[in-house]
Design a protein around this ligand. Structure first.
Ligand code: 26Q
Length: 803
C-alpha cells in the first residue's frame, strides 16, 4: 500500500521526461533518464516534505546536527526503499525497457566527508528521520568533495572531485534564505547606561546561501532536511566596488576569497592542520546555521529563554564548536541577555561528541590568527575562559599547572575541545572503551570537574543502507525466517540466531556469499583486469590509510604467507584474496608509502606462479561509499586491527559483521562490543590490550629492535622492504623502515605480529569446515542489530537531546 501505483508512475515518468528533455524517453541516454527519474522522485518526496514541515508541532523539540562532513553516497535507491516504492518503480521501469539499477549507477556519490565521522553523520540523518525525530543536518556545500584517488604506478594521485558537474537532482537552492556572516574588521565598544554595546565594524561580509536536501524516513511519511551552506559574494558589495570606484581587481579578489570558503573539503582525518581557510569554513557554516535557527525559532516563539527547551544542537567533534560562542554572541549582542543567562541557554542547548584521543587531531587555533578573523567571537571566548578559570581557581586554588592545562586559552592557543566541554551539557565518546579512556586518561581532569556531562554513545550504522540496500538476497532470507519486524526494530535481528544451525539457512548463506563474491570478482576483472578465485577467502581492509589502523600489519601477514608458501610450508594456508581500499591524506607521506607498498606486494605476489593459486592482493582505487557497498557484502574476513586504544569506535567493523563477515580484531573501539555480543567463539581477537599500549607509552619500555631480534620472520620481511624485487626505487620504503626502527614502531606492528599470524592461522583452520564457518557468519548477522544507528539515535534522543 503506497501512494503510487505502477501505471501512474509510468505516466508520470514519461511526462517528466518530456517536460525536462523535450523528447520521448525512448531515445534518451542513461543520464537523461536518471535525471528525469530523480526529479520525479523528488517531486514525490516533496509532498511528504511539506507535510512534515506542516506537522511540526511548535512545542516539540527539534534537533540540529552540525557537522563539517556528511558522507551521503548515492541517494536514489535508499530514498526509494524508505519511501517503500522501489519495487513498484523497478517493475514500472522494466515495462518501459529501463533497468532501475543501471540508472542508480549513474548517480554521483555525494562525497562530502573524509571517512567514519562523515559517514556517521549520514547514517544519523537516516535514523533520525526513521525514528520520527525532527532532526536537521547543517553543514557546508563543498564544490569539491573528498578527492578522487587514482593509482598510477602503485602511487596515489589525487584528482578533484567535481561532483556537481552534472545535475544534483536532490538539492533545492533557497536564494531567499541567505544569511550574512561577518569576518575580520574591528569591534567598537560603547556604553549605554552602563551596559556595553559591541558593534562589529569594517568587516568583510559573506553571503551564506542554503541548499536543502530531503532526508526520507523509512515508511513513516517523514522527510527531514539536510541544509548545506554555500559561500557567495554579497552582490551589491561586488557591484559597488567594481563599478562605482572602478576597483575591478579588488572586486575579483573579494569574490574569490569568499568563494574559496565553500570550495573544497579538507582531506585530513585524525590530524590537524591549522589553516586560516579551515577556520573560516568552521565559522561560516556555524554562524549561518545558528542565525537561521534563531530566525526560525523567533517566528514561533516570543521568549528566547525557551530556546534550550525547543532546540538541541549537536556538534560532531570540535569542528563546529564555534557554535558555542556564536550562540552566545547572538544572545548577548542581539537579544540583550546577560552573560549568565546567555551561558545557561547555550550550555543547555549544545551537546558534543568526541571522535578521537589522538593528540595530533585535537584542534587548537593560535590566538593572533583567530582574533584577526573573528574579533567579537574571540572576545566571547576570552570571557568564557576567564569565568571558567575563576571556577577552577575556586576549586583548585594553588594548582596552577592543572588550571593552565584545563584552560580554554593557554600558551597563545585556543583549545577547542576545552571550549566544547565547557560550553555544552553533554560530552560523549563513541564506544565504551573510548569513553572510558576519555574519562580516565585524555580528559580525566575535565571528567572530575564535570562528572555528570560525560557519557557513552556507541556508534551505529543504518541497516537500511548497509544491509537492505546492499544485500537484498540476505535481507530476503532474514525476512523469510523471522518476518520483517526487525526492520523497524533492528535489535530483533537476534531472532535470526535460532536459524543459524538450520541446514537450509546455512546453505542460503553460502550461496548468497558466493554470489556476492562473484559480483565483486567481476568488478575487479573489469576495473583492474585481475582474475581472482571466488572460492578463495575474501579478506578485506577498507578504511582511511593511517599508521594506527595498521594496514602495515596486514601486509606483513601477506609477506609471511608468501614466504611460507615459497619455502614449502604453506599447506595449511587456504587460498585467500586480500582486498584493500582507502585514501591517504595528501600530505601524509607514511600513509602514501603504505599504499605503494601494498601495490608493490600485489605486483610481486600476483605475478609469482609459485603462489598465485594461493594468494592474490588487490588494492581497489578510490574507495568511497558506493565501492564499499560492493565490497562489504562479498567479504568473509573483516580486518579491524588498529593499535588498541587508538580507534575510537570504527564503523566498518559493524557493516562487515551485519553482512556476515568474521572479524579479526584487536580489543579496540567497538570491536570489544562486537565480541560482547557474538561471544568469543565467533570472533578472532589478538594483540596488546589498550591498557598495555597505554602502559608502554607511559613507561617507554618498548623496543622494536627486540622484536626483530627475537623473530626471524620479521627480519626477513624487513629485509624484503629493501629488496629490489619489491622495491624498484630503493628509497621508497625508507619511511616505513624508519617508522619501525628509528621511531620505535609507535603503533606496535612488530609487537603484535606473532599473535596476528596465529589469529590468521585460526581463520585458515576454521574455514575448512564450511558449515561451521557459515554458522558463525549467521551468528554475526543475528547479533548486529545492536549496531543499527536507530539504537544509537534513540539513546541520544533519551539521554542527551531529551526530545
Ligand atoms: C580537523 C582539522 C583540520 C582538518 C581536518 C580535520 C579532521 C577531519 C576529519 C579531523 C578528523 C576527521 C575525521 C575523523 C574521523 O573520521 N574519526 C572517526 O570517527 C568515527 C565515527 O565516530 C569513528 O568510528 C572512528 O574510530 C574515528 O577514527
Amino acid at each position: 500500500m503506497t501512494f503510487i501505483n505502477k501505471e501512474d508512475f509510468k505516466r508520470d515518468f514519461k511526462n517528466k521526461y518530456l517536460q525536462i528533455h523535450g523528447e520521448e524517453y525512448t531515445s534518451g541516454t542513461l543520464e537523461e533518464k536518471y535525471v528525469a527519474l530523480g526529479f520525479l522522485v523528488r517531486e514525490y518526496i516533496t509532498k511528504q516534505w511539506i507535510e512534515t514541515k506542516k506537522s511540526y508541532d511548535k512545542d516539540k523539540k527539534q534537533v540540529y546536527y552540525f557537522s563539517m562532513e556528511f558522507l551521503l553516497g548515492k541517494l536514489l535507491s535508499t530514498s526509494l526503499i524508505n519511501l517503500g516504492i522501489r519495487e513498484c518503480l523497478k517493475e514500472g521501469l522494466k515495462e518501459l525497457n529501463i533497468d532501475l539499477e543501471e540508472l542508480e549507477e549513474v548517480e554521483e556519490d555525494q562525497g562530502l566527508g573524509n571517512g567514519g565521522l562523515g559517514r556517521l553523520a549520514a547514517c544519523f540523518l537516516d535514523s533520525m528521520a526513521s525514528v520520527n525525530i525532527i532532526g536537521n543536518g547543517c553543514g557546508i556545500r563543498y564544490k569539491y568533495g573528498f578527492f578522487r584517488q587514482k593509482i598510477v604506478d602503485g602511487y596515489q594521485v589525487e584528482m578533484p572531485d567535481h561532483w556537481l558537474k552534472g545535475r544534483n537532482v536532490w538539492e533545492i537552492k533557497k536564494s531567499n534564505k541567505g544569511i550574512i556572516v561577518k569576518f575580520g574588521g574591528k569591534v567598537k565598544v560603547d556604553s549605554d547606561n552602563g551596559r556595553l554595546i559591541f558593534t562589529h565594524i569594517n568587516y568583510e561580509p559573506v553571503l551564506a546561501i542554503p541548499y536543502d536536501t530531503p532526508i526520507v524516513g523509512y515508511k513513516n511519511g517523514i522527510v527531514n532536511t539536510l541544509r548545506l551552506w554555500s559561500a557567495e559574494p554579497l552582490n551589491n558589495e561586488f557591484d559597488y566596488l567594481a563599478f562605482s570606484r572602478g576597483e575591478y581587481l579588488k572586486a575579483i579578489e573579494y569574490k574569490n576569497s569568499v568563494e574559496a570558503i565553500s570550495q573544497v573539503l579538507y582531506p585530513d582525518d585524525n590530524y590537524l592542520e591549522g589553516r586560516v581557510l579551515r577556520l573560516k569554513q568552521q565559522y561560516f557554516f556555524v554562524s549561518a546555521g545558528i542565525q537561521s535557527i534563531i530566525r526560525h525559532f523567533k517566528k514561533n516563539n516570543n521568549d528566547i529563554k525557551e530556546l534550550n527547551n525547543k532546540i538541541a544542537i549537536h556538534i560532531n567533534d570540535t569542528h563546529p564548536s564555534l557554535a558555542i560562542p556564536e550562540l552566545m554572541r547572538i544572545l548577548l549582542d542581539e537579544e540583550g541577555l546577560s552573560f549568565e543567562e546567555a551561558f545557561y541557554i547555550t550550555e543547555n542547548t549544545i551537546s558534543y561528541t568526541n571522535h578521537t584521543i589522538m593528540k595530533e587531531a585535537l584542534e587548537k587555533w593560535p590566538v593572533d590568527m583567530f582574533k584577526s578573523i573573528l574579533p567579537r567571537i574571540y572576545m566571547i571566548i576570552e570571557e568564557l575562559n576567564e569565568r571558567f578559570c575563576k571556577k577552577l581557581w575556586d576549586k583548585y586554588y594553588g594548582e596552577w599547572d592543572k588550571i593552565s592545562r584545563m584552560a580554554i586559552i593557554s600558551n597563545s592557543n585556543i583549545h577547542m575541545a576545552h571550549l566544547a566541554i565547557v560550553g555544552s551539557h553533554s560530552v560523549n565518546g563513541v564506544a565504551k572503551l573510548h569513553t572510558e579512556i576519555l574519562k580516565k586518561e585524555e580528559m580525566k581532569e575535565f571528567h572530575k570537574f564535570y562528572n555528570e556531562k560525560f557519557n557513552n554513545k556507541t556508534n551505529g550504522i543504518t541497516h537500511r543502507r548497509w544491509l537492505m540496500k546492499i544485500n537484498p538476497s540476505l535481507t530476503r532470507v532474514i525476512n523469510e525466517s523471522i518476518g520483517e519486524e526487525w526492520i523497524k526494530e533492528p535489535e530483533r535481528l537476534i531472532d535470526f540466531k535460532d536459524y543459524v544451525k538450520d541446514k537450509d539457512i546455512i546453505n542460503s548463506l553460502k550461496v548468497i556469499k558466493l554470489k556476492n563474491k562473484i559480483a565483486l570478482s567481476n568488478f575487479i576483472k573489469e576495473s583492474m583486469n585481475i582474475d581472482i578465485d571466488p572460492r578463495s577467502i575474501f579478506d578485506t581492509q577498507v578504511k582511511r590509510i593511517h599508521g594506527y589502523k595498521r594496514q602495515l600489519l596486514n601486509v606483513f601477514n601477506i609477506l609471511d604467507s608468501y614466504n611460507r608458501i615459497i619455502n614449502g610450508q604453506g599447506e595449511d594456508i587456504h587460498p585467500r584474496t586480500f582486498i584493500f581500499g582507502g585514501k591517504a591524506a595528501p600530505g601524509y607521506l607514511f600513509a602514501k608509502k603504505i599504499i605503494k607498498l601494498i601495490n608493490s606486494v600485489a605486483y610481486v605476489v600476483n605475478n609469482d606462479k609459485r603462489v598465485s593459486d594461493k594468494i592474490k592482493v588487490v588494492f581497489l582505487e578510490n574507495y568511497r561509499v558506493s565501492l564499499g557497498e560492493i565490497i562489504i557484502p562479498a567479504s568473509e574476513v573483516s580486518e579491524q586491527i588498529s593499535t588498541a586504544s587508538k580507534e575510537a569506535s570504527g564503523t566498518s567493523n559493524m557493516k562487515f559483521m551485519m553482512n556476515g563477515a568474521l572479524t579479526i580484531a584487536t580489543l579496540d573501539g567497538a570491536n570489544i562490543e562486537i565480541l560482547d555480543r557474538v561471544g568469543k567463539e565467533n570472533i578472532i581477537t589478538f594483540g596488546l590490550s589498550a591498557k598495555e599500549v597505554i602502559e608502554y607509552y607511559k613507561t617507554g619500555n618498548y623496543n622494536s629492535r627486540d622484536e626483530i631480534n627475537k623473530d626471524n620472520r620479521i627480519k626477513i620481511i624487513i629485509d624484503q622492504l629493501s629488496n629490489p624485487k619489491f622495491n624498484k626505487d630503493f628509497s621508497d620504503f625508507q619511511v616505513i623502515y624508519h617508522n619501525l626502527i628509528t621511531a620505535n614502531d609507535e603503533f606496535f606492528v612488530l609487537k603484535d605480529f606473532n599473535e596476528y599470524i596465529k589469529a590468521q592461522d585460526t581463520i585458515n583452520s576454521l574455514y575448512k569446515d564450511e558449515n561451521r564457518w557459515n554458522e558463525i557468519s549467521g551468528v554475526n548477522i543475528a547479533s548486529s542489530g545492536f549496531f543499527s544507528s536507530d539504537r544509537t539515535i534513540n539513546q541520544y534522543k533519551e539521554d542527551v537531546w531529551k526530545v
